[in-house]
Design a protein around this ligand. Structure first.
Ligand code: GDP
Length: 415
């Protein structure tokens, strides 16, 4: 009946082991293998210049990965479009290697007209998907380089109002293509209460515009501790961030990463001061793998199937036809009919050409006949006139000139 052969799963029997077998070591095998291969992670930062993007990346990975950008004098020639720049670094912690790539988008939101600031960013993210898709479709897929963006940190200006049109437009355009992580930049410029209210407004706007920001997934079999940790992280979104790689002294004599103000020190790594620790926990300690997985399984997968469908590839239909002879016969019949129709059309065309050719020829000979007829008629008319002239002369008694009459007679005899 054309349905796929059903493979019955074997009956499941639960058995107790009599002794040590060794598969409890499987997770360790996976662990060793992935440590050997190393990890890849690509983060994108988006936001107006001066919001602390480079500072935050350096703070997150505790390196001077990012050189602060040269501040251009007001007279300098500035680029007119959003640029895409990326830098990679291999960093290592306890023998685990991570190739970190940061994609920066200088120019975003920096122009008088920022209407299409999101466009080059969408194009960049899509071209990374395209490059992955192209590699997947190669004959040799041994060495696929994954340049897809796994997380996008979107920096919101600490205005205390609500999201601006440019923020909403950007998130709406990007939320189906990248894991969005909203961040309130330079949170040390706002009071605790202002931050709480600002976060509420941002979340309302995000809900109102149906924007999906990255959410930590919760699994049923997760332990209590991990669940609480995830809930605490989720409660902090959008993260209010203070960035700094500078070491400063606190009044009680500690040396911390932070920003020193006349009224005190703001510590980056102090959870009472900002959400930096929670952001780092999510981005690096607990959910880097989730971000990568969500990119592959949901965001890339959607892009891929839309793209292939757009190209007219109906992925599974060929397999379906293999197991469905009726469908195959139907397709062959359609092909055959199309072939017949094409032949008929070709024959018709040849026939019409021949008819047109014949008609052309007939018309031509008809015209020739007419022309001959006209010529003969004219010659006869001329003769008639001459004869009449001759008759008139004879009747009036005027003799014809011998030479003229001879010529005329001759011509008359010839015709
Ligand atoms: P980018 O243009 O977005 O990469 O911004 P930078 O990281 O170059 O930072 C611009 C300026 O803001 C620098 O002077 C930083 O020291 C400062 N800055 C960075 N992060 C913070 C922050 O969290 N709070 C405050 N108050 N200033 C910051």
């Amino acid at each position: 009946n054309g349905s796929a052969p059903h493979v019955a799963s074997p009956p499941l029997v639960r058995k107790k082991l009599m002794g040590y077998v060794g598969f409890a070591n499987l997770p360790n095998q996976v662990h060793r293998k992935s440590v050997r291969k190393g990890f890849q992670f690509t983060a994108m930062v988006v936001g107006e210049s001066g919001l602390g993007k480079s500072t935050l990346i350096n703070t997150l990975f505790n390196t001077e990965l990012y050189q602060p950008k040269e501040v251009l004098p007001p007279s300098a020639e500035r680029p007119k479009t959003v640029a895409i720049e990326s830098i990679s670094a291999d960093i290592e912690e306890n023998g685990v290697r991570l190739r970190l790539t940061v994609v920066d988008t200088p120019g975003f939101g920096d122009f008088v007209n920022n209407e299409e600031s999101w466009k080059p960013i969408v194009e960049d993210i899509e071209s990374r998907f395209d490059s992955y898709l192209e590699q997947e479709n190669r004959v040799n897929r041994q060495k696929i380089v994954d340049n897809r963006v796994h997380a996008c940190l979107y920096f919101i200006q600490p205005t205390g109002h609500s999201l601006r049109p440019i923020d909403i437009e950007f998130m709406r355009r990007l939320h189906t293509k990248v894991n969005l992580i909203p961040i309130i930049a330079k949170a040390d410029t706002m009071t605790d209460e202002e931050i709480i209210n600002f976060k509420d407004r941002i979340l309302n706007d995000i809900r109102h515009h149906n924007i999906h920001i990255f959410q930590l997934p919760t699994y049923e079999n997760e332990d209590e501790e991990a669940l609480t940790e995830q809930e605490e992280i989720a409660r902090k979104i959008p993260f209010a961030i203070v960035g700094s790689n500078q070491l400063v002294h606190t009044p009680d004599g500690r040396q911390v990463r932070g920003r020193a103000y006349p009224w005190g020190v703001i510590e980056v790594d102090n959870e009472d001061h900002c959400d930096f620790v929670k952001l780092r926990q999510m981005l690096i300690r607990t959910s880097m793998e989730e971000l990568r997985e969500h990119t592959t399984a949901v965001l890339y997968e959607n892009y891929r199937s839309e793209k292939l469908l757009g190209m007219g590839v109906a992925q599974d239909s060929s397999v379906f036809k293999e197991i469905n002879p009726a469908l195959k016969m139907q397709e062959e019949r359609t092909l055959h009919e199309a072939k017949l129709a094409k032949m008929e059309a070709e024959m018709n065309l040849v026939f019409q050409q021949k008819v047109a050719e014949k008609e052309g020829k007939l018309k031509q000979s008809e015209e020739e006949l007419y022309a001959r007829h006209r010529e003969m008629k004219e010659a006869l008319e001329k003769q008639r006139l001459e004869l009449e002239d001759k008759k008139r002369r004879i009747e009036s008694g005027r003799p014809l000139t011998p030479e003229k009459s001879a010529t005329k007679r001759n011509r008359f005899l010839r015709t």
